[in-house]
Design a protein around this ligand. Structure first.
Ligand code: PS7
Ligand code: MN
Ligand code: MN
Ligand code: MN
Ligand code: MN
Ligand code: MN
Length: 353
């Protein structure tokens, strides 16, 4: 298509940024602030994965249609004008699929190296998601072991960390050691966000007919996951389960802080740090909070603003983590089965904070 070299606001590009804002206000804010070298590439990376996740999330698409669509989603990136309007009318992000051709136009204008990263991660994520749609008996899948939980989170979020790290290192915005650890720290960046999202979304996911809480953890507290929501007598067990999941998520904090200490460019640092800071604040909010079992728990708007302002520097981020680790430690009750482990984990984190 025709486009002069300094015309960087084609109608397709404008529409892509609108789609970004329609699907996530928080990611839109941090992506729009990125350095021009990476801004469009990361915006497109986000929209492609948002489209893939919309397919994964749509429970009205039958597994016979959904699984091959996920497995071959990367191939849509070889086309100029693929679109999909088979997702349900209530699917909140269906516009990214209906207007996928707009995303493709901008995608094909990215640097070839950036396109390759987006495509490679799309391929791996789509196939990973597909593995988790049905179990070996062709029933809707749940997450069984903690190993499965880590693998699912790797597919849907650890891989995003890996792709973003490759982009950031290619653009020379961070220390190249970030790609020399087999993406262990990048993976933790994604897992910390994804596990926080999964703990917080218990009620919403249950209503959508699915769940990502691993059975290896919840089976210590109940024989059926919906019981935490349905039976008021099980509230204490539900809280113990939430706290056990938070303890598991806190296992990623060390790598998250190590990763952030190696990011050099300020806009890239904020982009990476803000979601992590929101996650630790969310974990402190959900910790021992019965509202998680019955609805959505969100952090206050004023808190969000304050966190964003304090996330500009690495010492600012460390201070926020220390604060929320203390909040969690103080909320912990001696009656909680993981009381000692939480105390030890919080102490460990404060050591390197
Ligand atoms: C490419 C920025 C910065 C090294 C759409 C950012 C959904 C938590 O589904 O929308 O509404 O419950 O609240 C983001 C690592 C991925 C992991 C994953 C792509 C950080 C498709 C975010 C985001 C790596 C699968 C959004 C993982 O949550 O969930 C770009 C470094 C998408 C990141 C999904 C979840 C993201 C998520 P929902 P949300
Ligand atoms: Mn999903
Ligand atoms: Mn989703
Ligand atoms: Mn969503
Ligand atoms: Mn979720
Ligand atoms: Mn959600």
């Amino acid at each position: 298509h025709q486009k002069s070299s300094n015309d960087n606001t084609s109608p397709e590009l404008i529409r892509c940024y609108e789609l970004l804002n329609l699907t996530s206000r928080s990611f839109a804010a941090v992506i729009e602030e990125l350095h021009p070298e990476l801004r469009d590439a990361i915006m497109i990376f986000y929209l492609v994965l948002r489209a893939l996740d919309t397919v994964e999330d749509d429970m009205t698409i039958k597994p016979e249609v959904k699984i091959p669509l996920l497995r071959h989603f990367d191939e849509k990136l070889d086309t100029q004008d693929w679109t999909f309007d088979g997702s349900g009318p209530n699917e909140k992000d269906r516009a990214v699929l209906v207007e996928f051709d707009q995303i493709l136009t901008i995608y094909h204008g990215l640097k070839p190296q950036y396109q390759e990263i987006v495509k490679d991660i799309t391929f791996k994520m789509g196939n990973g998601m597909a593995d988790y749609i049905l179990d070996e008996n062709f029933n809707l899948n749940g997450v069984e072991t903690i190993t499965d939980y880590d693998l699912y989170c790797h597919y849907v979020a650890g891989l995003v960390g890996e792709g973003l790290t490759k982009l950031i290192v290619l653009a020379r915005f961070s220390d190249s050691s970030l790609v020399e650890d087999n993406f262990v720290k990048s993976n933790s960046m994604g897992l910390f966000l994804q596990k926080t999202n999964i703990i917080r979304d218990y009620h919403e996911d249950l209503q959508d007919g699915r769940s990502f809480w691993p059975k290896e953890i919840w089976s210590k507290y109940t024989t059926s996951l919906p019981q935490f929501n349905e039976d008021p007598a099980c509230e204490f067990e539900g809280l113990s389960c939430i706290n056990d999941l938070v303890l598991n998520a806190l296992g990623h904090v060390k790598h998250v802080l190590e990763f952030l200490s190696l990011v050099k460019d300020p806009s890239t640092f904020s982009f990476c740090a803000i979601p992590q800071v929101m996650a630790i604040a969310t974990l402190a909010e959900v910790y021992n909070n019965p509202k998680v079992l019955h609805g959505v728990v969100k952090i206050r708007k004023g808190t969000t603003c304050k966190l964003i302002l304090e996330s500009r520097t690495f010492p600012g981020v460390v201070k926020i983590f220390r604060h929320y680790i203390q909040v969690i430690n103080h909320k912990s009750s001696v009656r909680d089965p993981n009381y000692l482990k939480i105390g030890i984990k919080c102490g460990e984190i404060e050591q390197f904070c």
